[in-house]
Design a protein around this ligand. Structure first.
Ligand code: HEC
Length: 283
């Protein structure tokens, strides 16, 4: 009986721990800041200022931000711009039809995007958002002038580009090329450099005796690395806010879970001793 129980618990633990990533570009680990009020507040400010023009967060009301330590006054003064009231939901003026015309696609509602992305991008979806917002690069071949490493040919322009500052991107791809007229396949290394304006130069060179598999590497070079460090910190805050927004009770849920486990442990000890003392006289 006990053995079966332990087996079931072990199975449960391994099932939750193994999530496969989406494949493609590897995701960076988002710093965990969902229990940090200052981070959440900074994230909320960035979100309202930079994302809400295109995206809505329609299951979120402004006054819910009191839960991350903001007062009605602070919400009014620094987060409401166009005559919204604190009880209003985070909707936007842009219609889905206009958005489709301008971006070729409708920006998704962001209330629960962190949870939506978690299906195939890590336990919380935060890693996806954290990486996505840090891998935009200029690309003149795109209508918006922007492209993205985790979401190639994305319809969204880099909303935070001024905060991140200019960067150059170099990608190196190893790939197989079909041999001409029945000749065996060969390998080629393609190096592409996108300068800070998004103009690209491509260099392809054959690689003899390569026995590995296809690879893709990307490296950014920032004009101002210190600015990028500040930016990464801001994006971590923004990601934490979006993760909190997707599931505001998550920190409480963890606390509750720990409490329940402790209670069960204690309860088990009591029952075990009680059981032993009941049967003592019977045997
Ligand atoms: C200029 C309009 C615009 C702004 C500003 C904007 N977005 Fe977007 N966003 C879009 C569009 C359009 C898409 C849909 C892209 C697509 O499907 O190709 C999108 C998609 C997304 C996605 C989903 C990506 C995916 O993999 O499906 C996330 C997450 C996102 N935006 C986050 C943000 C955040 C965070 C901000 C604020 C920093 C922001 N966006 C600002 C237009 C915008």
């Amino acid at each position: 009986m006990i053995k079966k129980l332990i087996g079931a618990v072990a199975l449960m633990l391994t099932c939750t721990a193994t999530f496969a990533a989406e494949g493609g570009y590897p995701l960076d680990k988002a710093p965990y800041r969902v229990n940090d009020m200052a981070s959440l507040q900074n994230g909320a400010k960035l979100f309202v200022n930079y994302c809400l023009n295109c995206h809505s967060a329609s299951s979120m009301r402004y006054n819910k931000l009191k839960d991350i330590g903001l007062t009605d006054q602070q919400i009014k003064e620094s987060l409401l711009f166009t005559g919204e009231k604190v009880g209003d939901m985070m909707n936007i003026a842009m219609t889905a039809k206009d958005a489709k015309k301008w971006f070729g696609t409708t920006p998704p509602d962001l209330s629960v995007i962190a949870r939506a992305k978690s299906v195939n991008a890590g336990p919380s979806g935060s890693d996806y958002i954290y990486t996505y917002l840090r891998t935009f690069y200029r690309d003149t071949s795109r209508a918006t002038g922007w492209n993205n490493l985790v979401f190639p040919a994305v319809g969204m322009p880099h909303a935070l580009w001024e905060r991140q500052g200019p960067r150059e991107l170099t990608t190196v791809a190893m790939h197989e090329v079909e041999g001409k007229e029945g000749a065996p396949k060969t390998w080629e290394r393609v190096t592409t450099v996108y300068d800070a304006q998004g103009f690209s130069t491509v260099k392809a060179e054959p690689v003899a005796n390569y026995h590995g598999h296809a690879t893709f590497d990307a490296k950014f070079k920032a004009a101002n690395p210190a600015q990028v460090a500040t930016y990464d910190n801001d994006v971590a805050d923004l990601t934490a806010f979006m993760s909190w927004m997707a599931e505001p009770v998550q920190t409480f849920r963890v606390k509750l879970g720990v409490g329940v486990m402790l209670f069960l442990l204690l309860f088990f000890l009591v029952m075990w001793r009680l059981n032993a003392s009941y049967w003592k006289h019977v045997r």
